[in-house]
Design a protein around this ligand. Sequence first.
Ligand code: F6R
Length: 370
Amino acid sequence: GKGIYPHYMLKEIHEQPGVVRNLLAGLLEKTDGHLKINLPERVSRKLHKARRILIIACGTSFHAGLFGKYLLESIGLVSVSVEVASEFRYRHPVVDPERDLAILITQSGETADTLSCLRLLKELGVPQIVLTNVEGSTAVREADDAMFLLAGPELGVASTKAFLAQIVYMMFFALELGLKKPHPEHSNAHIYSILDEFFRIPALMEETLNLSPSIRDLVKPFTHLPSTLFLGRGRDYPLALEGALKLKEISYIHAEGYPSGELKHGPLALVSDSMPVFALVSGSELLPKILGNLKEVHSRSGIIISIAPASLKGALTDVVNHQILLPPVGDFFLPLLSTIVLQFISYHMADLKGFDVDRPRNLAKSVTVE
Ligand code: F6R
Protein backbone atom coordinates (compact mmCIF):
# COMPACT_ATOMS: atom_id res chain seq x y z
CA GLY A 1 0.00 0.00 0.00
CA LYS A 2 0.85 3.67 0.10
CA GLY A 3 1.65 3.63 3.82
CA ILE A 4 1.79 7.13 5.25
CA TYR A 5 1.81 8.74 1.80
CA PRO A 6 -1.24 10.12 -0.01
CA HIS A 7 0.09 8.91 -3.36
CA TYR A 8 2.32 6.18 -4.69
CA MET A 9 4.36 8.81 -6.48
CA LEU A 10 5.26 10.52 -3.22
CA LYS A 11 6.05 7.17 -1.61
CA GLU A 12 8.23 6.18 -4.54
CA ILE A 13 10.11 9.49 -4.44
CA HIS A 14 10.88 8.78 -0.78
CA GLU A 15 12.05 5.25 -1.53
CA GLN A 16 14.91 6.50 -3.67
CA PRO A 17 17.69 6.57 -1.07
CA GLY A 18 16.85 2.91 -0.40
CA VAL A 19 16.97 2.13 -4.11
CA VAL A 20 20.48 3.57 -4.33
CA ARG A 21 21.51 1.55 -1.26
CA ASN A 22 20.21 -1.61 -2.95
CA LEU A 23 22.07 -0.85 -6.12
CA LEU A 24 25.30 -0.09 -4.27
CA ALA A 25 25.03 -3.36 -2.33
CA GLY A 26 24.95 -5.20 -5.65
CA LEU A 27 27.20 -3.08 -7.84
CA LEU A 28 29.97 -1.89 -5.57
CA GLU A 29 32.11 -4.13 -3.46
CA LYS A 30 34.42 -2.87 -0.74
CA THR A 31 36.86 -5.35 0.74
CA ASP A 32 39.84 -4.27 2.86
CA GLY A 33 39.35 -0.72 1.68
CA HIS A 34 39.55 -1.81 -1.94
CA LEU A 35 36.65 -0.91 -4.22
CA LYS A 36 35.43 -2.99 -7.11
CA ILE A 37 32.57 -2.47 -9.55
CA ASN A 38 30.58 -5.69 -9.71
CA LEU A 39 29.05 -6.16 -13.12
CA PRO A 40 28.35 -9.61 -14.53
CA GLU A 41 31.33 -10.77 -16.58
CA ARG A 42 29.33 -10.89 -19.82
CA VAL A 43 28.02 -7.37 -19.33
CA SER A 44 31.40 -5.81 -18.63
CA ARG A 45 32.96 -7.69 -21.53
CA LYS A 46 30.29 -6.31 -23.86
CA LEU A 47 30.76 -2.78 -22.52
CA HIS A 48 34.51 -2.85 -23.01
CA LYS A 49 34.27 -4.34 -26.48
CA ALA A 50 31.80 -1.74 -27.79
CA ARG A 51 33.12 0.94 -30.12
CA ARG A 52 29.70 2.56 -30.20
CA ILE A 53 26.78 2.29 -27.83
CA LEU A 54 23.22 2.69 -29.07
CA ILE A 55 20.81 3.53 -26.29
CA ILE A 56 17.17 3.03 -27.16
CA ALA A 57 14.16 3.81 -24.97
CA CYS A 58 10.95 5.81 -24.63
CA GLY A 59 9.84 8.68 -22.41
CA THR A 60 11.54 8.93 -19.06
CA SER A 61 13.80 5.98 -19.85
CA PHE A 62 14.93 7.84 -22.97
CA HIS A 63 15.94 10.79 -20.80
CA ALA A 64 18.00 8.47 -18.61
CA GLY A 65 19.72 7.27 -21.78
CA LEU A 66 20.45 10.82 -22.87
CA PHE A 67 21.95 11.48 -19.44
CA GLY A 68 24.03 8.34 -19.92
CA LYS A 69 25.46 9.68 -23.16
CA TYR A 70 27.12 12.59 -21.37
CA LEU A 71 28.83 10.32 -18.85
CA LEU A 72 29.64 7.44 -21.17
CA GLU A 73 31.33 9.82 -23.58
CA SER A 74 33.15 12.06 -21.10
CA ILE A 75 34.27 9.36 -18.67
CA GLY A 76 33.83 6.13 -20.64
CA LEU A 77 35.33 7.64 -23.83
CA VAL A 78 32.95 5.71 -26.05
CA SER A 79 30.74 7.12 -28.75
CA VAL A 80 27.05 6.96 -27.84
CA SER A 81 23.88 7.61 -29.75
CA VAL A 82 20.55 7.77 -27.99
CA GLU A 83 17.27 7.35 -29.75
CA VAL A 84 13.59 7.15 -29.10
CA ALA A 85 12.44 3.60 -29.89
CA SER A 86 9.55 4.59 -32.14
CA GLU A 87 12.01 6.47 -34.36
CA PHE A 88 14.82 3.93 -34.35
CA ARG A 89 12.68 1.02 -35.44
CA TYR A 90 11.37 2.66 -38.59
CA ARG A 91 14.35 4.54 -39.91
CA HIS A 92 16.47 1.71 -41.32
CA PRO A 93 19.38 2.37 -38.94
CA VAL A 94 22.93 1.57 -40.00
CA VAL A 95 24.49 -0.73 -37.42
CA ASP A 96 27.67 -2.77 -37.13
CA PRO A 97 27.29 -5.99 -35.12
CA GLU A 98 31.06 -6.16 -34.57
CA ARG A 99 31.39 -2.71 -33.07
CA ASP A 100 27.99 -1.76 -31.68
CA LEU A 101 26.33 -2.54 -28.39
CA ALA A 102 22.67 -1.74 -27.81
CA ILE A 103 21.44 -0.79 -24.35
CA LEU A 104 17.66 -0.83 -24.15
CA ILE A 105 16.25 0.95 -21.13
CA THR A 106 12.73 0.06 -20.07
CA GLN A 107 11.28 0.18 -16.57
CA SER A 108 8.45 -2.21 -17.41
CA GLY A 109 10.24 -4.39 -19.94
CA GLU A 110 6.98 -4.37 -21.89
CA THR A 111 7.02 -1.17 -23.95
CA ALA A 112 5.98 -2.18 -27.46
CA ASP A 113 8.31 0.12 -29.38
CA THR A 114 11.32 -0.79 -27.25
CA LEU A 115 10.59 -4.50 -27.66
CA SER A 116 10.35 -4.06 -31.43
CA CYS A 117 13.79 -2.43 -31.42
CA LEU A 118 15.14 -5.28 -29.35
CA ARG A 119 13.84 -7.78 -31.92
CA LEU A 120 15.21 -5.73 -34.80
CA LEU A 121 18.65 -5.52 -33.17
CA LYS A 122 18.68 -9.27 -32.55
CA GLU A 123 17.87 -9.87 -36.17
CA LEU A 124 20.71 -7.54 -37.18
CA GLY A 125 23.09 -9.41 -34.85
CA VAL A 126 23.82 -6.45 -32.54
CA PRO A 127 24.55 -7.51 -28.93
CA GLN A 128 22.07 -6.15 -26.41
CA ILE A 129 21.77 -5.37 -22.74
CA VAL A 130 18.34 -4.62 -21.31
CA LEU A 131 18.06 -2.41 -18.26
CA THR A 132 14.73 -3.05 -16.59
CA ASN A 133 12.87 -3.12 -13.31
CA VAL A 134 10.76 -6.20 -13.99
CA GLU A 135 12.47 -9.56 -13.79
CA GLY A 136 9.82 -11.63 -15.53
CA SER A 137 9.29 -9.15 -18.35
CA THR A 138 9.27 -9.84 -22.08
CA ALA A 139 12.43 -7.77 -22.55
CA VAL A 140 14.31 -9.99 -20.10
CA ARG A 141 13.13 -13.16 -21.80
CA GLU A 142 14.15 -11.94 -25.23
CA ALA A 143 17.44 -10.07 -24.68
CA ASP A 144 20.93 -11.63 -24.52
CA ASP A 145 21.55 -9.95 -21.16
CA ALA A 146 19.53 -8.03 -18.61
CA MET A 147 20.42 -5.91 -15.61
CA PHE A 148 17.86 -5.02 -12.95
CA LEU A 149 16.98 -1.63 -11.54
CA LEU A 150 16.11 -3.13 -8.12
CA ALA A 151 13.69 -0.27 -7.50
CA GLY A 152 10.77 -2.45 -6.40
CA PRO A 153 7.36 -2.20 -8.06
CA GLU A 154 6.71 1.28 -9.42
CA LEU A 155 2.97 1.93 -9.27
CA GLY A 156 2.68 5.67 -9.92
CA VAL A 157 2.26 6.21 -13.66
CA ALA A 158 4.91 8.91 -13.57
CA SER A 159 8.27 7.18 -13.32
CA THR A 160 10.46 8.37 -10.44
CA LYS A 161 12.55 5.77 -8.65
CA ALA A 162 13.09 3.73 -11.81
CA PHE A 163 14.55 6.83 -13.50
CA LEU A 164 16.87 7.40 -10.61
CA ALA A 165 18.02 3.78 -10.75
CA GLN A 166 18.56 4.12 -14.49
CA ILE A 167 20.84 7.11 -14.03
CA VAL A 168 22.78 5.25 -11.34
CA TYR A 169 23.39 2.49 -13.89
CA MET A 170 24.56 5.04 -16.43
CA MET A 171 27.05 6.26 -13.82
CA PHE A 172 28.32 2.75 -13.14
CA PHE A 173 28.66 1.85 -16.82
CA ALA A 174 30.62 5.06 -17.44
CA LEU A 175 32.89 4.55 -14.41
CA GLU A 176 33.51 0.91 -15.34
CA LEU A 177 34.62 2.00 -18.81
CA GLY A 178 36.61 4.89 -17.39
CA LEU A 179 38.70 2.56 -15.25
CA LYS A 180 40.11 0.89 -18.34
CA LYS A 181 40.62 4.05 -20.36
CA PRO A 182 43.43 6.33 -19.33
CA HIS A 183 42.13 9.88 -19.30
CA PRO A 184 43.83 12.97 -17.87
CA GLU A 185 40.69 14.26 -16.16
CA HIS A 186 39.46 10.90 -14.96
CA SER A 187 42.43 9.01 -13.62
CA ASN A 188 41.71 5.76 -11.83
CA ALA A 189 42.42 7.51 -8.53
CA HIS A 190 39.72 10.03 -9.37
CA ILE A 191 37.25 7.33 -10.36
CA TYR A 192 37.92 5.44 -7.13
CA SER A 193 37.32 8.60 -5.14
CA ILE A 194 33.96 8.99 -6.89
CA LEU A 195 33.10 5.37 -6.12
CA ASP A 196 33.99 5.93 -2.49
CA GLU A 197 31.78 9.02 -2.32
CA PHE A 198 28.85 6.94 -3.63
CA PHE A 199 28.30 5.47 -0.17
CA ARG A 200 27.51 8.96 1.20
CA ILE A 201 24.88 9.73 -1.43
CA PRO A 202 21.81 7.99 0.05
CA ALA A 203 22.12 10.14 3.19
CA LEU A 204 22.36 13.30 1.07
CA MET A 205 19.30 12.17 -0.86
CA GLU A 206 17.47 11.84 2.44
CA GLU A 207 18.47 15.39 3.29
CA THR A 208 17.13 16.49 -0.09
CA LEU A 209 13.79 14.82 0.65
CA ASN A 210 13.39 17.27 3.54
CA LEU A 211 13.04 20.07 0.98
CA SER A 212 9.55 18.83 0.07
CA PRO A 213 7.47 21.28 2.16
CA SER A 214 9.50 24.32 1.13
CA ILE A 215 9.23 23.34 -2.54
CA ARG A 216 5.47 23.02 -2.14
CA ASP A 217 5.28 26.57 -0.74
CA LEU A 218 7.56 27.90 -3.43
CA VAL A 219 5.62 26.50 -6.41
CA LYS A 220 2.17 27.39 -5.08
CA PRO A 221 1.96 30.79 -6.82
CA PHE A 222 2.93 29.21 -10.16
CA THR A 223 0.24 26.54 -10.36
CA HIS A 224 -2.22 28.80 -12.21
CA LEU A 225 0.27 29.72 -14.93
CA PRO A 226 -0.07 27.99 -18.30
CA SER A 227 3.54 27.35 -19.23
CA THR A 228 6.99 26.69 -17.78
CA LEU A 229 10.53 26.23 -18.96
CA PHE A 230 13.18 23.88 -17.55
CA LEU A 231 16.77 24.76 -18.35
CA GLY A 232 20.00 22.84 -17.99
CA ARG A 233 23.35 22.50 -19.69
CA GLY A 234 25.52 19.45 -20.15
CA ARG A 235 24.41 16.57 -17.98
CA ASP A 236 21.64 18.73 -16.59
CA TYR A 237 19.99 19.10 -19.97
CA PRO A 238 18.48 15.58 -20.00
CA LEU A 239 17.31 16.23 -16.44
CA ALA A 240 15.59 19.42 -17.62
CA LEU A 241 13.79 17.37 -20.27
CA GLU A 242 12.71 14.91 -17.61
CA GLY A 243 11.58 17.68 -15.25
CA ALA A 244 9.42 19.10 -18.03
CA LEU A 245 7.96 15.71 -18.97
CA LYS A 246 7.05 15.00 -15.37
CA LEU A 247 5.30 18.34 -14.98
CA LYS A 248 3.36 17.96 -18.24
CA GLU A 249 2.13 14.49 -17.51
CA ILE A 250 0.74 14.99 -14.04
CA SER A 251 -0.08 18.71 -13.73
CA TYR A 252 -1.19 19.30 -17.35
CA ILE A 253 0.85 22.49 -17.37
CA HIS A 254 2.76 22.99 -20.58
CA ALA A 255 6.47 22.55 -19.92
CA GLU A 256 9.52 22.48 -22.12
CA GLY A 257 13.01 21.33 -21.34
CA TYR A 258 15.73 23.27 -23.12
CA PRO A 259 19.51 23.41 -23.14
CA SER A 260 20.26 26.87 -21.73
CA GLY A 261 22.60 27.68 -24.61
CA GLU A 262 19.71 27.39 -27.06
CA LEU A 263 17.67 30.14 -25.41
CA LYS A 264 18.63 32.85 -27.81
CA HIS A 265 17.79 30.65 -30.75
CA GLY A 266 14.10 30.94 -30.10
CA PRO A 267 12.59 30.32 -26.68
CA LEU A 268 13.82 33.62 -25.21
CA ALA A 269 10.86 35.12 -27.09
CA LEU A 270 8.54 33.30 -24.70
CA VAL A 271 10.07 34.67 -21.55
CA SER A 272 7.81 36.95 -19.53
CA ASP A 273 6.83 37.46 -15.91
CA SER A 274 4.13 34.85 -16.30
CA MET A 275 6.42 31.97 -17.20
CA PRO A 276 8.42 30.37 -14.39
CA VAL A 277 11.85 29.16 -15.49
CA PHE A 278 13.33 26.31 -13.47
CA ALA A 279 17.07 26.35 -13.95
CA LEU A 280 19.43 23.54 -13.04
CA VAL A 281 22.79 24.99 -12.10
CA SER A 282 25.97 23.10 -11.31
CA GLY A 283 29.39 24.33 -10.39
CA SER A 284 31.15 22.93 -13.44
CA GLU A 285 33.30 24.81 -15.92
CA LEU A 286 29.98 25.74 -17.55
CA LEU A 287 28.94 27.94 -14.62
CA PRO A 288 29.87 31.29 -16.21
CA LYS A 289 27.92 30.31 -19.33
CA ILE A 290 24.90 29.26 -17.30
CA LEU A 291 24.94 32.54 -15.38
CA GLY A 292 25.13 34.41 -18.67
CA ASN A 293 22.10 32.52 -19.99
CA LEU A 294 20.14 33.21 -16.81
CA LYS A 295 20.96 36.92 -16.90
CA GLU A 296 19.31 37.07 -20.30
CA VAL A 297 16.14 35.58 -18.84
CA HIS A 298 16.33 37.82 -15.79
CA SER A 299 16.67 41.01 -17.80
CA ARG A 300 13.48 40.08 -19.68
CA SER A 301 11.53 39.80 -16.41
CA GLY A 302 11.52 36.01 -16.38
CA ILE A 303 10.90 34.43 -12.99
CA ILE A 304 13.85 32.13 -12.35
CA ILE A 305 13.90 29.38 -9.75
CA SER A 306 17.36 27.86 -9.52
CA ILE A 307 18.14 24.33 -8.38
CA ALA A 308 21.77 24.34 -7.32
CA PRO A 309 24.16 23.21 -4.59
CA ALA A 310 24.28 25.51 -1.57
CA SER A 311 27.84 26.50 -2.49
CA LEU A 312 26.49 28.53 -5.44
CA LYS A 313 24.12 30.62 -3.35
CA GLY A 314 26.21 33.80 -3.62
CA ALA A 315 26.81 33.46 -7.35
CA LEU A 316 23.06 33.21 -7.97
CA THR A 317 21.75 35.92 -5.65
CA ASP A 318 21.47 38.71 -8.20
CA VAL A 319 20.49 36.49 -11.11
CA VAL A 320 17.51 34.47 -9.91
CA ASN A 321 14.26 35.13 -8.04
CA HIS A 322 14.15 32.00 -5.92
CA GLN A 323 16.73 29.44 -4.95
CA ILE A 324 16.29 25.79 -4.11
CA LEU A 325 19.55 24.85 -2.41
CA LEU A 326 20.88 21.31 -2.41
CA PRO A 327 23.20 19.78 0.17
CA PRO A 328 26.89 20.13 -0.74
CA VAL A 329 27.87 17.27 -3.02
CA GLY A 330 30.44 16.59 -5.74
CA ASP A 331 29.40 17.58 -9.26
CA PHE A 332 29.22 13.99 -10.39
CA PHE A 333 26.43 13.18 -7.94
CA LEU A 334 24.43 16.39 -8.17
CA PRO A 335 21.93 14.83 -10.64
CA LEU A 336 20.84 12.33 -7.98
CA LEU A 337 19.79 15.23 -5.77
CA SER A 338 18.42 17.62 -8.39
CA THR A 339 16.22 14.84 -9.80
CA ILE A 340 14.44 14.64 -6.45
CA VAL A 341 13.76 18.38 -6.54
CA LEU A 342 12.32 18.15 -10.06
CA GLN A 343 10.05 15.31 -8.93
CA PHE A 344 8.80 17.40 -6.01
CA ILE A 345 8.13 20.38 -8.27
CA SER A 346 5.80 18.37 -10.49
CA TYR A 347 4.27 16.36 -7.66
CA HIS A 348 3.35 19.43 -5.63
CA MET A 349 2.14 21.48 -8.58
CA ALA A 350 -0.16 18.64 -9.65
CA ASP A 351 -1.35 17.90 -6.14
CA LEU A 352 -2.03 21.58 -5.42
CA LYS A 353 -4.18 21.64 -8.55
CA GLY A 354 -6.12 18.70 -7.16
CA PHE A 355 -5.19 16.17 -9.83
CA ASP A 356 -4.86 12.43 -9.35
CA VAL A 357 -1.10 12.33 -9.39
CA ASP A 358 -0.88 8.55 -9.67
CA ARG A 359 -3.30 8.22 -12.56
CA PRO A 360 -2.83 11.08 -14.99
CA ARG A 361 -5.44 11.37 -17.72
CA ASN A 362 -4.84 9.64 -21.06
CA LEU A 363 -1.76 7.74 -19.85
CA ALA A 364 -1.04 4.10 -19.01
CA LYS A 365 1.78 2.78 -16.89
CA SER A 366 3.00 0.46 -19.53
CA VAL A 367 2.58 1.22 -23.21
CA THR A 368 2.17 -2.22 -24.74
CA VAL A 369 0.70 -1.00 -28.00
CA GLU A 370 2.41 1.07 -30.62
C1 F6R B 1 6.90 9.04 -17.73
C2 F6R B 1 6.85 7.62 -18.02
C3 F6R B 1 6.93 7.17 -19.44
C4 F6R B 1 7.79 5.91 -19.54
C5 F6R B 1 7.77 5.36 -20.97
C6 F6R B 1 8.67 4.16 -21.12
O1 F6R B 1 6.85 9.29 -16.36
O2 F6R B 1 6.76 6.83 -17.12
O3 F6R B 1 7.44 8.17 -20.26
O4 F6R B 1 9.08 6.21 -19.14
O5 F6R B 1 6.46 5.00 -21.31
O6 F6R B 1 8.32 3.12 -20.26
P1 F6R B 1 9.31 1.95 -19.94
O7 F6R B 1 10.50 2.50 -19.24
O8 F6R B 1 8.53 1.00 -19.09
O9 F6R B 1 9.70 1.32 -21.25
